[in-house]
Design a protein around this ligand. Structure first.
Ligand code: 13P
Length: 257
């Protein structure tokens, strides 16, 4: 069986003024005494904090990511930020296709793929989000939706070293609701099989598949021990160092999921 080193990523969304960097410092201090931690840790603050966060995280094991990018490297696109700019500011990863962007900004699978390709062009890891709405789940369309999003959003030639998939059921985001471990196992197993159709076997077998949606200290161990769950994408609970640390600690002493 392929061993995959898990990733626990925090998505701050539009939360975080300068004062929030104190939580990053607190997280850094706590993780400094965890040399045996069995997971990589990533924090994705708002773009406005990237440059400061980069300095705050210097010398730590915590990587820095961003929440979105424009497909183009530069040009006349007021207010947008390119993947190259994010890399220049210190990011090593960028989330693309989060359901909030798909909903708020009408992002299509094709646009998400273009953003993932931009991330790769700039040397960033693309964290590509997929997931069904409550109605889609009720209507029994979950796997069909996830399949369509994967086929439309994952670039050809994506590699396990430059791409992460995040399964985030829309109805579980910020609601306190989570799928059962059995449901998570079904979707993650399906994603792994779909990746096998889309990518070279070596890449499909090694690509991280994160679960996201109401991950909290109280449910992290259960959700993260599900087969084919290779880490978490955490929203609300990533804003408090204590909570995020507790989630990361689900991997204490482990080397792989
Ligand atoms: P919550 O953890 O707040 O439910 O958010 C999940 C999410 O959308 C992470 O990208």
């Amino acid at each position: 069986m392929t061993t995959i080193r898990p990733l626990v990523a925090g998505n701050w969304k539009i939360n975080g003024l300068t004062a929030q960097l104190a939580e990053l410092q607190a997280l850094k201090d706590r993780l400094a005494s965890e040399p045996a931690l069995g997971a990589d840790v990533l924090v994705c603050p708002p773009a406005t904090l990237l440059a400061q966060a980069r300095w705050a995280l210097r010398g730590s094991m915590i990587a820095l990511g961003a929440q979105d990018c424009h497909p183009l490297p530069s040009g006349a696109h007021t207010g947008d930020i390119s993947a190259e700019m994010l890399a220049d500011a210190g990011a090593s990863s960028v989330i693309v296709g989060h359901s909030e962007r798909r909903t708020d900004h009408g992002e299509t699978d094709a646009l998400v793929r273009a953003k993932a390709e931009a991330a790769h062009r700039a040397g960033l890891t693309a964290i590509i989000c997929v997931g069904e709405t409550e109605k889609e789940r009720r209507d029994g369309e979950t796997l069909e939706i996830v399949k369509r999003q994967l086929r439309g959003s994952v670039p050809e030639g994506a590699r396990a070293t430059d791409t992460v998939i995040a399964y985030e059921p829309v109805w579980a985001i910020g609601t306190g609701l989570t799928p059962t471990p059995e449901d998570v196992a079904e979707v993650h197993g399906f994603i792994r099989a779909e990746l096998g159709q889309l990518l070279a076997p070596r890449e499909a077998d090694r690509m991280r598949i994160l679960y996201g949606g109401s991950v909290k200290p109280a449910n992290a161990k259960e959700l993260l021990s599900v087969k084919d769950v290779n880490g978490a994408l955490v929203g609300g609970a990533s804003l408090k160092a204590d909570d995020f640390y507790a989630i990361v600690s689900a991997y204490r002493g482990e080397n792989a999921a």
